[in-house]
Write a protein that binds this ligand. Structure first.
Ligand code: CO8
Length: 374
């Protein structure tokens, strides 16, 4: 078995931000328009009026202050409420590939690797923009990587589960250098018209280089000591959009064809699962939770991270022990814990121990225990 390191990460950050104030203003305009349009039915008691959203609720319930999006105008247009992207021809680079190439090139530069050093590309995200060919193969070609590529999706745990795949491929000798990309265009599968969830997500792409330690030249290497993936079926986060929709003659605009969740149930059920998962993973490698210098946790909800960290070490999320990025980025599906790692690892010293952990739809939980190399 080979020793395996994370030797570089990259981040694509979309050009536009939407503050909570901007988001709520456009949502409330949508509510006014809808209520005016259906005034008669509402007055007759045949229809419930829509209720406005509030900045105070969003910040208190989630900790989110803004989000990045690839298209802002479409999302904030109260007569549209979803992004507007131009359809591209087959011979043009697709949108998911474009942002993955950006983040992937940055991760390769950080790792000091050339595209041709890569022998496996994994595109892992909560949604793929088409059925086939695999996004990873397009990204592989656009970057000039060797070997092969494949796509995978485990919703919010797509990145950590891809890390497990990359770790196993490299340590077994099957691959030498793996590029993982997580293009999360969440704005296109969020229901921006639903007050319960319209504030939750943001767009981004992260990338990670995982390679054999003896071949790595980066000055910033993190040895992977272990990875652990777990799943337990739940319908509490679900999206029924899929290739059977047309054959089922279902309404493509029906509420179940975009993101929906029982947020409070998710909160209650996932916190204990995540804390127990991390604790058991650390114990399997003979580490106590307090031995960990930094936790790069999934970024869905500030309160969730507070509870997970409290259960593990008694500390505070948002502190040096468990940095937050969700205030700036919102929930970026699988990319959240990777952005936290990307932004907040440069100050750690050789020998420092860290945990990257995601939790979300599935339910799925993935953890990767890493140690800074000298
Ligand atoms: N403004 C004002 N009030 C509101 C709003 C709003 N926007 N929304 C709800 N309220 C009201 C409700 O009506 C309710 O009122 P009442 O008490 O009178 O009934 C009150 O506020 C409380 O509502 P909730 O109980 O729903 O509020 P919570 O405190 O539970 O907060 C959260 C809601 C923020 C959603 C919270 O439950 C949460 O974050 N839960 C965890 C969610 C989570 O972690 N999900 C996993 C991430 S998703 C994932 O895994 C990836 C999926 C794939 C990606 C998809 C991309 C699109």
């Amino acid at each position: 078995m080979h020793s395996v390191v994370i030797s570089g990460t990259g981040l694509y950050q979309p050009p536009h931000t939407i503050s909570n104030a901007e988001l709520v203003e456009s949502f409330n305009r949508y509510v006014e328009l809808q209520n005016a349009q259906h005034a008669a039915a509402i007055a007759a008691g045949e229809r419930e009026p829509l209720t406005p959203s509030s900045v105070e609720f969003i910040e208190k319930a989630s900790g989110i202050k803004q989000r990045y999006v690839i298209d802002k105008a479409g999302v904030l247009d109260p007569t549209r409420m979803y992004p507007r992207f131009e359809e591209r021809a087959d011979d043009q680079l697709s949108l998911m590939a474009e942002i993955a190439v950006d983040a992937g090139a940055k991760a390769l530069a950080a790792a000091g690797k050339k595209p041709e050093d890569v022998d496996l590309v994994i595109c892992s995200a909560a949604n793929m923009q088409r059925a086939y060919p695999a996004m990873a193969v397009e990204i592989q070609q656009a970057l000039g990587c060797g070997g092969y590529g494949y796509d995978m999706n485990v919703a919010c745990s797509s990145a950590t589960f891809a890390l497990e795949q990359a770790y196993n491929a490299v340590r077994s000798g099957a691959s030498k250098c793996v590029l993982i990309v997580n293009p999360e265009i969440t704005s296109a599968h969020l229901e921006w018209k639903d007050r319960d969830c319209h504030f939750i997500f943001g767009d981004v792409c992260t990338a990670i280089v995982v390679e054999r330690a003896d071949l790595a030249t980066s000055t910033d290497q993190w040895e992977i000591l272990g990875s652990k993936a777990a799943t337990q079926f739940s319908n509490n986060i679900r999206n029924n959009f899929g290739f059977l929709n047309k054959a089922e003659d279902s309404d493509p605009d029906a509420r179940d064809k975009t993101f929906r969740q029982e947020g409070r149930k998710v909160f209650k059920e996932v916190v204990p699962l995540a804390a127990a998962h991390i604790e058991a993973h650390l114990a399997s490698l003979n580490f106590e939770p307090t031995a960990v210098r930094r936790y790069w946790l999934h970024q869905a909800n500030l309160g969730m991270n507070q509870l997970v960290i409290k259960k593990l070490v008694g500390g505070e999320a948002g502190s040096d022990v468990a940095p937050l990025i969700l205030d700036e980025f919102a929930n970026t599906a699988s990319a959240g814990s990777i952005i936290a790692f990307h932004r907040h690892h440069g100050d750690l010293a050789a020998g420092d121990l860290g945990v990257i952990c995601s939790f979300g739809a599935g339910y799925s939980i993935g953890s990767v225990i890493v140690r800074k190399r000298a």
